[in-house]
Design a binder for this molecule. Sequence first.
Ligand SMILES: N=c1c2ncn([C@@H]3O[C@H](COP(=O)(O)OP(=O)(O)OP(=O)(O)O)[C@@H](O)[C@H]3O)c2ncn1[C@@H]1O[C@H](COP(=O)(O)O)[C@@H](O)[C@H]1O
Length: 93
Amino acid sequence: MRGSAPVKTFDELFAELSERARTRPEGSATAAALADGVHAQGKKVLEEAGEVWIAAEHESDERLAEEVSQLLYRVQVLMLGRGLTLEDVYKHL
Ligand SMILES: N=c1c2ncn([C@@H]3O[C@H](COP(=O)(O)OP(=O)(O)OP(=O)(O)O)[C@@H](O)[C@H]3O)c2ncn1[C@@H]1O[C@H](COP(=O)(O)O)[C@@H](O)[C@H]1O
C-alpha cells in the first residue's frame, strides 16, 4: 500500500477495485490479480494473513497496520474474483 496516498475507507477501496474489475486498465495490480484467478487470489489472502500474524507478534504498530491493509486489499480482490458485493458480506455482520 502506498503510504502517502490519501486515506480511504474499506467501502471506497472496494468501489475503486470494482471499477478496476470493470475496466481492467493496463498496469493495474488489481486487474492482474483478478486475471490470476480465485486459486491465486486465495493464496494471497492466506499469505497476507500469515504476515499479519507475524507482524502482530513481532513487529511495530505501523508494520502491522500496513500488513492489515494488504490483507483487506487481498480479501477485496478475492471477493471481486468470486463476484461478491459488500452487501453479500455485510448482511452477515
Ligand atoms: N491497496 C492496494 C494494494 N495492497 C497491495 N497491493 C499489491 O500487492 C503487492 C504487494 O503484495 P505482496 O506483499 O504479495 O508483494 P510481493 O509478493 O512481494 O510482490 P508482487 O510480486 O505480488 O507485486 C503490491 O505490489 C501491489 O501490487 C495493492 N495494490 C493496489 N492497492 C490499491 O488498490 C487500488 C487500485 O490499484 P491498481 O489496481 O494498481 O490500480 C489503489 O488504490 C491502490 O492503492
